[in-house]
Design a protein around this ligand. Structure first.
Ligand code: PLP
Length: 283
């Protein structure tokens, strides 16, 4: 009960997905990048993880193997244990745990095929100097949870947050993209998490010959987008069909979103040789 992180929120975690590939093997998607981000988050949070990256990778694979999981969501977390109960975690131990469990489409199967209804939350995404947005720090998610509670109580599926200057930043647990006149746009890496699915989507889009612009945009630019979608390890690529009561495009997932989704699912299941290096096969 006296776990320091439980009280004050300074812990770092990751979300990784493993997929069963077309040849029956299981692979964790971009595991190296997720492990690197976990250690970057820890550096930002000044949490000294008492295991090497290689030990972390092995533990994740062992967990998948003993559970015989071919598909799973994997959640490593490093947190500050019990000891000093003041804000300063003087000599408290750093604990590390990893969970793995089956988890289907984050916002439901229909979300992936038909798109979701999103709402701009009344809560502002944190200022870059309030919380560190490049780190997946447990306490950062208070903002996400409150935004999610707000919009779901109003009947929406997901919350989109504006940054402190009023520009679109990201979803409660996803990055956001819009498509206008065939060009993709996603907010630059200021007040948002540096999403690994965001990066994968941009690489796939470039390979598809699409133009990708990273620049912040306003909520009304989102309202008049031809297409919009969210990206995240949990949410994968989830189309947005409505924002704040405005229909996006034709109110169904558009051709660019569907093409990127199709390619993304081929990539994570090892059907796309071009991006096969993103798969970390479970030994
Ligand atoms: C706030 C936030 N933004 C974006 C993302 C997407 O990041 P990734 O694609 O690396 O899962 C996540 C999920 O991890 C998130 O929690």
């Amino acid at each position: 009960m006296l776990t320091h992180t439980l009280h004050y929120g300074l812990g770092v975690f990751e979300g990784v997905r493993a997929y069963e590939c077309h040849d029956g093997r299981a692979a964790a998607f971009r595991l190296t990048d997720h492990i690197n981000r976990l250690y970057s988050s820890a550096r930002i949070a000044q949490i000294n993880i008492p295991f090497s990256k290689e030990e972390m990778r092995k533990a994740i694979f062992d967990l998948l193997i003993v559970n015989r999981f071919k598909e799973a969501y994997i959640r490593p977390i490093a947190f500050i244990g019990d000891g000093a109960m003041g804000v300063h975690p003087r000599n408290n131990p750093i604990r590390v745990a990893i969970a793995a469990y089956p988890w289907g489409a984050y916002l439901g199967d229909e979300a992936v095929t038909k798109g979701i209804r999103a709402k701009i939350a009344s809560y502002t995404r944190m200022h870059v100097n309030t919380f560190m947005t490049k780190a997946k720090i447990s306490g950062n998610y208070v903002n996400s949870v409150m935004a999610k509670l707000e919009v779901t109580s109003l009947g929406f599926d997901e919350a989109i947050m504006l940054d402190t200057e009023g520009y679109v930043s990201e979803g409660s647990g996803e990055n956001i993209f819009i498509v206008r006149n065939g060009t993709l746009k996603t907010p630059s890496l200021t007040s948002i998490l540096e999403g690994i699915t965001r990066n994968s989507t941009m690489e796939i889009a470039l390979d598809e010959g699409l133009q990708v612009v990273t620049e912040r945009f306003t909520r009304d630019e989102l309202y008049i987008a031809d297409e919009a979608f969210l990206t995240g390890t949990a949410a994968e690529i989830t189309p947005i069909r409505e924002v704040d009561g405005r229909t996006i495009g034709d109110g169904v997932p558009g051709p660019v979103t569907r093409r990127l989704q199709e390619r993304f699912f081929d990539v994570v299941r090892g059907k796309d040789e071009k991006f096969i290096n993103w798969l970390d096969f479970v030994p």
